[in-house]
Design a protein around this ligand. Structure first.
Ligand SMILES: Nc1ncnc2c1ncn2[C@@H]1O[C@H](COP(=O)(O)OP(=O)(O)OP(=O)(O)O)[C@@H](O)[C@H]1O
Length: 612
C-alpha cells in the first residue's frame, strides 16, 4: 500500500497554501510514518488537538511525535534522532504549548521566557516561529517570538523587554542578548530545545552553545556558580537531530540528564552504545578528541553512522565530465520543467559566489528555439522563477527569497548549505546537488528537503568521473544511489529543430545539444560584463571550496585531477584560467621553473587566487 500523504499547513511565515490532511492514520501505514494513536491519546489538551486537526490539517501524530510527546510531557530530558521531514518540530512544540497553557498562575509576558528553542539558521528560526504562532492560536496569552542574526538588536531588545514566552533563536544572537540585554527575563526558563543539533555544531556554534548553557546553568558539568542562576532541577532539555555524530554526543552529554532516547539503534545494548564514545569526548569546538571520564550519560552511536532517509526518496547520481557540467544542469532543469511545469527544485552549490553566478545564468540565459543564436526571437532558456539563498545576502533579501520560493508553485532555488538545515518548504520535488556535499551527514540534510512526511521526492547528485568513489563513501553510511539515465533525457531534445538520429551513441561532451547549450552559455557570459565578473569570482571560490574537502574525501575530490580549462568551461568562460587568475598563473609558472631548476616535481597542493 502506498504511504499516506499527510500535509499540514506550512508556517505562517512561509505562507503558502498546503493541501488538506488525508485520512486518519492506521497501523498499516506503509512507511510506518504515522502512528495509530490520536493526539488526544497522547494526553494533549482537547483545544490543542482540535486546532492541530481542524486548522493545521494534522489528522494524527507521526510515529516520532507519538513517541516523543508523552516523554516531553513527563518532564524527562529527551534525545531524538529521526529522519528528515518526520515532524520533529511538532514533537517538541506541542508538549511545550500544552504544558504552558495549563500553567497556574497563567503565563504572563512579564514572566519572561519559559521555552527556548535554539536553531542553526535564520530561515529555520522563522519557520519554527511560524509553527509556534499557529500552535498558540487558541492560547492568546502565550507569546512566541524570535531573535536571530541580521535583525535589529534594539527592536529585539524591546520585544524581549515586553516578554516572549516561547523564544526561537539562533545561537550567536541569543548569546548576545543573554550577555547584554538586562531586561531579558529567563528566570522561569523551563525548556531548552536544540533543534537540528548536528547542524548547530557543524556550523561552528559549539562555543556559543557552551557559553549559553553555562549562562543558563544548564550544563550538567557546569561549575556551581553557573548552576545557581536558575534552578536546573526545573529544567528539561530536548535535543533533536537527523544525524548523530561525536559532537552531538558531547552536547547531549553536557546538556541532558538521563535522557530518554528515541530513534537510536534499538538493537544495540546500552553498553555497546557507550563503548564508542563513552570514554572519549569530543570538544564542541574542535575536531580533536580528548579523553574525559564519562561522568554522566552514556549516549553514543557508532563512529560510522547509518543515516535515516525517507524510504520513498529516489536517489540517483549523474556522471558528467567537468566541462559540460553547467550545460547538463541546464538541460536537466529544462527537461524537468517541460515534463511538469508546476514543481519546485532546489540546487545546492558549494559557495555564495557560485550561487550568485548560477542564479543569474538560470534566471537570465536566453536562447532561440533550435539554439541557432541570433536568428529568431530569443526567449528564456528556463521559463520558471529562480530564487537564490546564501549566507552573504542581506537579511531582507534572504527573507524575500525564502518566502518567495516557499509560496511559488513552480520555481528553482539555488543555494548553499544554509538552506540544507531543517527547512520545510512545501512541495519540493527534487534536490540537485550540483556540487558534492562532502560529509555524508550533509548529503542527508540536503536531500531531506524533499520527500517530507510521506511525499514523493527525488535527489540527484552530480559527480565527475574522477569523483565516483564518493559513492562508496556514501555506501558506507547506508546511502546507495543508482545512475540517472541522462542519455534518455538528451535524446528528447531536438537540435536545430530535429531530434538526433539514433545511429551510434555520441559521447556526452560531443552531443550536438550539449555543444549548442555550451556555445549559447559562453556567448552569454562573454557578452555580459556583470555576468562575466560573476563567473570569474565563482570560478575562484569554487576552486577554493574544492580544495577544502576534509579527511578521506580529499582523496576523492582532488584538485590535482581537475583540468582548469574544463572548470572554466563549466562557468561559461571561454578563456583559460590564466586570464582568470593572472597573477596566480604567473606565480605558478615561476614556481614550476624554479622546481625544474632544483630538480623537484610539482608541489602537491595547488593554491588558488582570491577573487579580484
Ligand atoms: N502529524 C502530522 N501530520 C501531518 N503532517 C505533519 C505532522 N507533523 C508535521 N507535519 C508536517 O510535516 C512536515 C515536516 O515536519 P518538520 O519540519 O517538523 O520535520 P523535521 O523532522 O523537523 O524535518 P528536518 O529534520 O528536515 O528538520 C511539515 O510540513 C509539517 O507541517
Amino acid at each position: 500500500m502506498a504511504a499516506k500523504r499527510r500535509l499540514g499547513k506550512p508556517p505562517a511565515a512561509a505562507a503558502p497554501a498546503a493541501p488538506k490532511a488525508k485520512a486518519k492514520a492506521n497501523e498499516d501505514d506503509a512507511e510506518g510514518l504515522f502512528s495509530s494513536r490520536s493526539f488526544a491519546d497522547l494526553g494533549l489538551h482537547p483545544t490543542l488537538c482540535a486546532h492541530l486537526q481542524d486548522k493545521m490539517g494534522f489528522q494524527g501524530p507521526t510515529r516520532i511525535q507519538a513517541q516523543a510527546i508523552p516523554v516531553a510531557m513527563s518532564g524527562q530530558h529527551l534525545l531524538v534522532k529521526a529522519a528528515t521531514g518526520t515532524g520533529k518540530t511538532l514533537a517538541y512544540l506541542a508538549p511545550i504549548v500544552h504544558l504552558l497553557q495549563m500553567r497556574e498562575p497563567r503565563v504572563e509576558r512579564t514572566h519572561g521566557t519559559f521555552a527556548l528553542v535554539i536553531v542553526p539558521t535564520r530561515e529555520l528560526c522563522l519557520q519554527v516561529y511560524g509553527i509556534a504562532q499557529q500552535l498558540v492560536h487558541r492560547f492568546h496569552w502565550l507569546v512566541p517570538g524570535y531573535v536571530m542574526g541580521g535583525e535589529s538588536r534594539s527592536k529585539e531588545k524591546a520585544r524581549l523587554r515586553k516578554g516572549i514566552s516561547i523564544l526561537i533563536a539562533t545561537p550567536g544572537r541569543l548569546l548576545d542578548h543573554l550577555q547584554h540585554t538586562s531586561s531579558f527575563v529567563y528566570s522561569n526558563l523551563r525548556w531548552i530545545v536544540f533543534d537540528e543539533a548536528d547542524s548547530i555544531l557543524e556550523l561552528g556554534f559549539g562555543k556559543a552553545v557552551e557559553d549559553i548553557l553555562g549562562l543558563l546553568g544548564s550544563r550538567t558539568d557546569a561549575s556551581d556558580e553557573n548552576k545557581s542562576k536558575t534552578d536546573p532541577m526545573q529544567r528539561q532539555n530536548l535535543l533533536l537531530s537527523a544525524t548523530l555524530n561525536e559532537k552531538v554526543n558531547r552536547l547531549a552529554n553536557i546538556s541532558l540528564k538521563n535522557p530518554v532516547m528515541i530513534g537510536l539503534d534499538e538493537q544495540k545494548k546500552p553498553s555497546e552504545r557507550s563503548s564508542a564514545l563513552g570514554k572519549k569526548h569530543t570538544s564542541l569546538l574542535s575536531d580533536d578528541e580528548e579523553e574525559i571520564p564519562d561522568k554522566h550519560n552514556n549516549i553514543a552511536e557508532p563512529a560510522v553512522d547509518d543515516f535515516k532517509l525517507p524510504a520513498q526518496l529516489v536517489q540517483r547520481y549523474v556522471k558528467v565530465s567537468c566541462g559540460s557540467r553547467l550545460a547538463v544542469l541546464l538541460t536537466i532543469l529544462k527537461s524537468q520543467f517541460e515534463r511538469q511545469v508546476s514543481q519546485k527544485v532546489v540546487v545546492f552549490m558549494s559557495t555564495c559566489d557560485a550561487v550568485d553566478f548560477h542564479h543569474t545564468v538560470l534566471s537570465q540565459l536566453e536562447w532561440s528555439r533550435g539554439l541557432a543564436l541570433d536568428t529568431d526571437k530569443k526567449q528564456k532558456f528556463l521559463g520558471c522563477k529562480v530564487f537564490r539563498l546564501h549566507g552573504n545576502m542581506d537579511q531582507e533579501d534572504r527573507k524575500k527569497s525564502y518566502l518567495g520560493f516557499s509560496s511559488d508553485k513552480s520555481a528553482i532555488l539555488v543555494c548553499t548549505d544554509v538552506a540544507a538545515r531543517g527547512l520545510d518548504i512545501p512541495k519540493v520535488r527534487c534536490i540537485i546537488q550540483y556540487d558534492s556535499p562532502g560529509e555524508a551527514s550533509e548529503y542527508v540534510h540536503r536531500v531531506g528537503r524533499t520527500a517530507r512526511i510521506g511525499e514523493k521526492g527525488e535527489a540527484l547528485l552530480f559527480l565527475q568521473p574522477v569523483e565516483l568513489d564518493y559513492l562508496k563513501d556514501l555506501e558506507l553510511h547506508g546511502v546507495s544511489l543508482t545512475e540517472y539515465p541522462f542519455q534518455k533525457v538528451l535524446d528528447g531534445f531536438p537540435v536545430n529543430g530535429e531530434k538526433p538520429l539514433k545511429r551510434k551513441p555520441i559521447s556526452l561532451d560531443m552531443h550536438p545539444w550539449i555543444l549548442s547549450v555550451q556555445r549559447t552559455l559562453e556567448n552569454y557570459v562573454a557578452s555580459e560584463a556583470t555576468t562575466n565578473k560573476l563567473a570569474r569570482d565563482a570560478f575562484c571560490s569554487w576552486l577554493r571550496a574544492y580544495t577544502a574537502h576534509r579527511g578521506e574525501l580529499k582523496k576523492i575530490f582532488m584538485v590535482k585531477k581537475l583540468h582548469l580549462g574544463h572548470v572554466a568551461r563549466s562557468f561559461g568562460l571561454k578563456e583559460q584560467p590564466s586570464l582568470v587568475g593572472r597573477s596566480h598563473q604567473v606565480q605558478l609558472k615561476k614556481r614550476k621553473k624554479e622546481q625544474k631548476r632544483e630538480g623537484q616535481g610539482p608541489t602537491k597542493r595547488r593554491k588558488f587566487p582570491t577573487k579580484k
